[in-house]
Design a binder for this molecule. Structure first.
Ligand SMILES: Cc1cc2nc3c(=O)[nH]c(=O)nc-3n(C[C@H](O)[C@H](O)[C@H](O)COP(=O)(O)OP(=O)(O)OC[C@H]3O[C@@H](n4cnc5c(N)ncnc54)[C@H](O)[C@@H]3O)c2cc1C
Length: 621
């Protein structure tokens, strides 16, 4: 009996948040695609926080949706609470976050994957990549079956040689006790790929029927709900929502942690992997911020199908008895039943500087990396990388140029540029502070920024794109009208202004000038704007932001012009940095490692100074 041998256009290793987006993108672009996972019951599994979105992560989901990805639609179908975060701050940091019914989320994504043409799902552990003359030709599974392909996308997440730890307990498994993948790392190393060891952690799960919510602060969802996907009909997501709850740690819990910190595998040095600075465990928070007398713990339902609740902010790898002691000290948890212990997970990932901006490996053509394997952390960060890797693998097979979004176009561009350019020895989590042009990269205008690109790729339909074009036209027309409609210093206008605590006019002004006053906005001017056309809410929102922040937006556009100049200065792929005279040693080494595609990217490499960039510019001239 001969071993199984099959041929595909694209092989995806992993059906997590990256793998699902990559698989759907490839299949929707007509690629015969096979997607492997160690367990088909864990498709799009949420092993950690039961929510999608949040600050900057909501931006990623909106951008993914505008490019034709699935996560936004999937959470609109399976959310149980939704909230727009940071409403009290400027629009650049407004971010949508939705609590998910975890099982429904997995089930819905699996259904979409199973109903997708050109896509096959396979439960098998991939043990090897096949590489010939620098070209990736396919993969092998532990059973010895061979799957040939024109492109392979690695989206292995937290499973490569993973092990789960709490206290003295160390289990060689993936998350939630699932099987880990123990063969592929060796094959990657054999093909010259540099591997890192990272870690992350998750909190305990508690039976929500055994906690006393009267000792906590209730956190409600928004009404009305704003959907993640620009394609979701807002009316379809207006439904009853569950609440989350807020409680706090206290000195008694902090003392338990300090007294038992020597038993933490993290502090005892058992854990080798490096964890995310911005998702610290509770023991990290207590040890690093001793002056803080309490830490917030958000109690989040895991779904409508279960009583389990997730203790956000309480991730730990302390021994079980210590976990039990500290959880029972939480207000409202005195008599609770703990369903699952908290744990840390260590896993293998790659140094993403081995990838170029299309997420293809520099030294192995046709091989791509996406998600946690690239050193990022988070469902959303993984999903957008999966989408971009899927798009670029397919475009390459179709003989088309890759799509590379730069830092002025999208958070996706910031994320990928940071991963493949900057040295990082800990999981990378997206934050709004990472995006220098964040006033332009708002979650509310992702469709206006990216649907055209999605349409050119072939993932956004012409019908959807023409809807976006109409939206853009209506926004532009209304902004022109706001700048051309003048109101005089009449009694009616000044009464209106006084009633909104705004200074009276003593000469004419345009409506746009009034909107730019801090105490006024587009929505308020309805009373004095008699010829106002009926416009949808999302268009009104754009008009208000574009007019109100016009000055800041203009300034950022100028900065982008400067940025684009340096990004536009391409560096030949075959440049020999040894020929570039008087480059400092560190800069030469870093430039050889990262092989930046343009001067802008070169300037962002740590260890490459402005003087080195001048040398390079002179050499390129
Ligand atoms: C315990 C824990 C705590 C976490 N804490 C946080 C946190 O605090 N903050 C945060 O932002 N994120 C956290 N995460 C991370 C979050 O879960 C991931 O970022 C996200 O799931 C990554 O998505 P992915 O698609 O890259 O990988 P995953 O979702 O891990 O999916 C990987 C997929 O690859 C498959 N696979 C792997 N190797 C093979 C192989 N050789 N052959 C076949 N299939 C294979 C698996 O079956 C799975 O389908 C945590 C994850 C875990 C497990």
């Amino acid at each position: 009996m001969t071993k199984i041998e099959e041929n595909y256009d694209v092989v995806i290793v992993g059906a997590g948040h990256a793998g699902c987006e990559a698989a759907l993108a490839c299949a929707r672009l007509g690629m015969e695609t096979i997607c492997f996972t160690v367990s088909v019951d864990s498709i799009a599994l949420m092993p950690c926080n039961p929510n999608i979105g949040g600050t900057s992560k909501g931006h990623l989901v909106r951008e993914l949706d505008a490019l034709g990805g699935e996560m936004g639609k999937n959470i609109d179908k399976t959310f149980i609470q939704s909230k727009m975060l940071n409403r009290s701050k400027g629009p650049a940091v407004h971010s949508l976050r939705a609590q998910a019914d975890k099982q429904a989320y997995t089930r819905e994504m699996r259904k979409t994957m199973e109903n997708q043409e050109h896509l096959v799902i396979k439960q098998a552990e991939v043990s090897e990549i096949i590489v010939e003359n620098g070209m990736c030709k396919g993969v092998k599974t532990i059973s010895g079956a061979t799957y040939f392909a024109k492109a392979v996308i690695l989206a292995t997440g937290v499973y490569l040689n993973s092990r789960c730890l709490f206290g003295e307990v160390i289990e060689p498994t993936g998350p939630n006790g699932l099987k880990n993948a123990t063969h592929l790392t060796k094959s990657l190393i054999d093909h010259g790929i540099t591997i890192y060891r990272f870690k992350t952690g998750t909190p305990a799960r508690v039976d929500g029927d055994t906690i006393d919510r009267s000792k906590m602060e209730e956190q409600f969802g928004d009404v009305p709900v704003i959907p993640f996907s620009f394609e979701t009909d807002p009316a379809s997501v207006q439904k009853e929502q569950v609440s989350c709850w807020l409680t706090y740690t206290g000195e008694d819990i902090h003392r338990i942690i300090r007294e038992n910190i020597h038993r933490s595998p993290l502090y005892a040095g058992v854990i080798e992997g490096v964890g995310p600075r911005y998702c610290p465990s509770i023991e990290d928070k207590v040890m690093k911020f001793p002056d803080k007398d309490r830490h917030q713990i958000f109690v989040e339902p895991e779904g409508l199908y279960t009583h389990e609740v997730y203790l956000s902010g309480f991730s730990s790898s302390l021994p079980e008895d210590v976990q039990h002691a500290m959880i029972h000290k939480l207000p409202g948890f005195e008599n609770c039943k703990i369903v699952r212990n908290a744990y840390a997970i260590e896993y293998d990932c790659i140094d993403a500087r081995q990838l170029n901006l299309s997420l293809e490996f520099k030294n192995i053509k046709g091989l791509y990396g996406a998600g946690q394997i690239n050193g990022s952390s988070g469902y959303e960060e993984a999903a957008v990388q999966g989408l971009m890797a899927g798009i670029n693998a397919s475009l390459k097979i179709l003989g088309r140029d890759p799509v590379v979004l730069d830092r002025s176009q999208a958070y996706i561009g910031v994320l990928i540029d940071d991963l493949v350019t900057k040295e990082s020895h800990e999981p990378y989590r997206m934050m709004t502070s990472r995006a220098e042009y964040r006033l332009l990269l708002r979650q509310d205008n992702a469709d206006l920024r990216l649907c055209e690109i999605g349409n050119k790729i072939g993932l956004i339909s012409d019908a959807r794109y023409s809807g976006v074009k109409i939206k853009k036209k209506l926004i532009d027309e209304e902004i022109i009208r706001m700048n051309s409609v003048h109101v005089g210093d009449t009694a009616k206008i000044n009464d209106f202004l006084r009633s909104h605590g705004s200074s009276e006019l003593n000469t004419g002004a345009t409506l746009a000038e009034l909107i730019r006053r801090p105490e006024l906005d587009y929505f308020m001017l309805t009373d004095i704007d008699i010829n106002r056309p009926e416009l949808p809410e999302d268009i009104k929102e754009q008009v208000n932001i574009e007019i109100k922040y016009h000055g800041y937006i203009e300034r950022q556009m100028q900065q982008v012009k400067q940025f684009k100049k340096l990004e536009g200065k391409k560096i030949p792929a075959d440049i020999n940095y040894d020929d570039v005279g008087s480059l400092r040693l560190e800069a030469r080494q870093k430039l050889k490692l990262v092989r930046p595609e343009n001067i802008g990217q070169a300037a962002r490499i740590s260890g490459v100074s402005p003087a080195d960039i001048s040398m390079l510019l002179v050499y390129l001239k």
